[in-house]
Write a protein that binds this ligand. Sequence first.
Ligand SMILES: [Zn+2]
Length: 223
Amino acid sequence: MSVTLRRLQSRASPANEALDEPLSAGEREAMICAASEKLEELLDILRIDHRNDPNTRGTPVRVAKMFVNELMRGRAVAPPSLTDFENRLVYQGMIVTGPIEVRSTCAHHLMPIRGEAFIGVLPSATGKVLGLSKYDRVVDHFASRLQTQEELVQQIGEFLWQNTNPRGLAVRISAAHMCRMQRGVRAGNGRMVTSAYFGALSEEPALKDEFLRECVTLDGSSR
Ligand SMILES: [Zn+2]
């Protein structure tokens, strides 16, 4: 076993937590290679003739690349840097952004989670005001892992709370889970809503109401 691969294997951590440090290009390649071999083995066990079947030839390496470079990418790269704008006019009102596309993967079944996030921020005079696209990047960073929707909303909220120092913060995710639609109860198009509130937004019901009203308006105007 190569040194690189041994190092990769010695650093196992929960599915939605970042690795100790970002993976280098070489480490990512080694991970794809090793995962691809195991996926070949899996297809063999399932008696799928991926060596001769044109539909599944190349599937092990394709899936390994997809896992490492896309579905779980967020664990192995540094979080987005949060370039901020100085809150010069000391804007005190609530900023609500959304819908932000959420594409994640369920940690229990490895099936897609697809939905929308809304983020509400009450800036403080000393905190950061982010460019809007930064919120999309933060959502994508934490969604690009094997997740549960409950922990995803909390991770996004805690990261923004700690790094932008607002007076209040709210994150709300509404999503459909393919593991519920394609298997088990085979539910139609049921969705799940999770939310996380911090600071003034967790303490003042009127602010929470304002945030939820804005979510409805933004959701309606996007359709
Ligand atoms: Zn699931």
